[in-house]
Ligand binder design. Structure first.
Ligand code: FE2
Length: 260
C-alpha cells in the first residue's frame, strides 16, 4: 500500500498546485490513498465547506487539520457532514468526535488521527503525549494495526520525542505546521517519520504569507490585514510505502516540486 500525504495547503496558490498535479502524482507514485493537511486552505486560516468538497472532488481521500481548524466560523455549521475531515484531538474548540478515522484497506486497519503540539500553540488544550494516550484509550477497541499521526507542532524536538515515546503504536508520524520541509525522512523503529512535511503554497512568500505585508506587520509594526501570497506554488509531501503482509511502513520518500 502506498499513501501520498501532502503538507499544509495554503490559500489559492496551494489549492491550485495540488489541483494541477494531483492526478499525475497519484498515478506516478501509484498511491492507493491521498491525505492532505488543509488547515490553511481558506485564505491561510481554516477551511470552508466549499473548499472541503472541492478537495474531495479532486481525488483527496482524507483531510487533516491543525491550530486553524476552526478559524472559519462556518465550519461549525457543516462539521457533522464532513466525514473525511480529521481535526486535532486536543484542539480547545473541538466539539465533535471527528479526531480519528479508521481506514480499512486490503485487510489492514489504520487509525488516522491529528494531534497538536504544545509549544507556541495556544489552541492546544493538552500536551501531545497526554492527548495521544487518551486517543489510544478511546479508540483501542477498534484494534487498528497502527496509528497514522499528523502531529501539527512547531518545534522539532517535540515531534521526534513523540515518535520515540509512541513507536509501538504510531507507525506513521508526520510533522506539519511549520510549512518548511525537513530533510530527515526515515524509517525509525519501523515507523515512517519526518519532522515536517512542508507546505503546498506560494513559493515566493513567508511560509505562504505575502512578503510585503509580512514586512509591514513584522518589522515596521504597522497594523495590516493578513494577506496570503499569490503566484506559483511549491508542493511538498511524502510517499509512504506499507508492507501489506507485515502491516508496517518500509519506505518514506520526500516529495518537493518547486516552480522553474
Ligand atoms: Fe498550523
Amino acid at each position: 500500500m502506498r499513501i501520498l500525504f501532502l503538507g499544509d495547503i495554503v490559500g489559492k496558490s496551494g489549492r491550485d498546485i495540488v489541483s494541477s498535479l494531483l492526478y499525475d502524482l497519484r498515478k506516478d507514485y501509484q498511491a492507493d490513498l491521498v491525505i492532505v493537511n488543509a488547515e490553511n486552505a481558506a485564505h491561510g486560516k481554516g477551511i470552508t465547506y466549499k473548499i472541503y468538497k472541492q478537495l474531495l472532488n479532486e481525488g483527496i481521500d482524507y483531510i487533516t487539520m491543525g491550530n486553524h481548524t476552526f478559524s472559519k466560523a462556518e465550519i461549525f455549521d457543516h462539521i457533522d457532514d464532513m466525514d473525511r475531515l480529521v481535526v486535532p484531538y486536543n484542539h480547545s474548540k473541538r466539539t465533535t468526535d471527528n479526531y480519528y478515522k479508521l481506514i480499512s484497506y486490503k485487510g489492514m486497519k489504520i487509525c488516522l488521527t491529528n494531534i497538536l503540539g504544545s509549544v507556541l500553540m495556544p489552541e492546544s488544550e493538552s500536551d501531545p503525549y497526554t492527548a495521544f494516550k487518551t486517543v489510544l484509550e478511546k479508540t483501542g477497541q477498534l484494534e487498528p494495526d497502527f496509528y497514522f499521526v499528523d502531529l501539527h507542532a512547531e518545534t522539532t524536538a517535540e515531534k521526534r520525542l513523540f515518535l520515540e515515546y509512541f513507536k509501538d503504536e504510531a507507525k506513521v508520524v508526520l510533522g506539519t505546521h511549520t510549512h518548511v520541509q525537513t530533510a530527515d525522512e526515515a524509517i525509525i523503529h519501523e515507523c515512517a517519520f519526518i519532522t515536517d512535511v512542508g507546505m503546498c503554497g506560494a513559493y515566493c512568500s513567508i511560509i505562504g504569507r505575502d512578503i510585503e505585508e509580512s514586512i509591514k506587520a513584522g518589522i515596521e509594526k504597522e497594523k495590516t490585514i493578513y494577506k496570503i501570497a499569490s503566484g506559483t506554488g511549491i508542493l511538498c509531501g511524502v510517499v509512504i510505502e506499507i508492507d501489506d503482509k507485515r502491516k508496517t511502513p518500509v519506505n518514506i520518500q520526500r516529495l518537493q516540486i518547486r516552480p522553474e
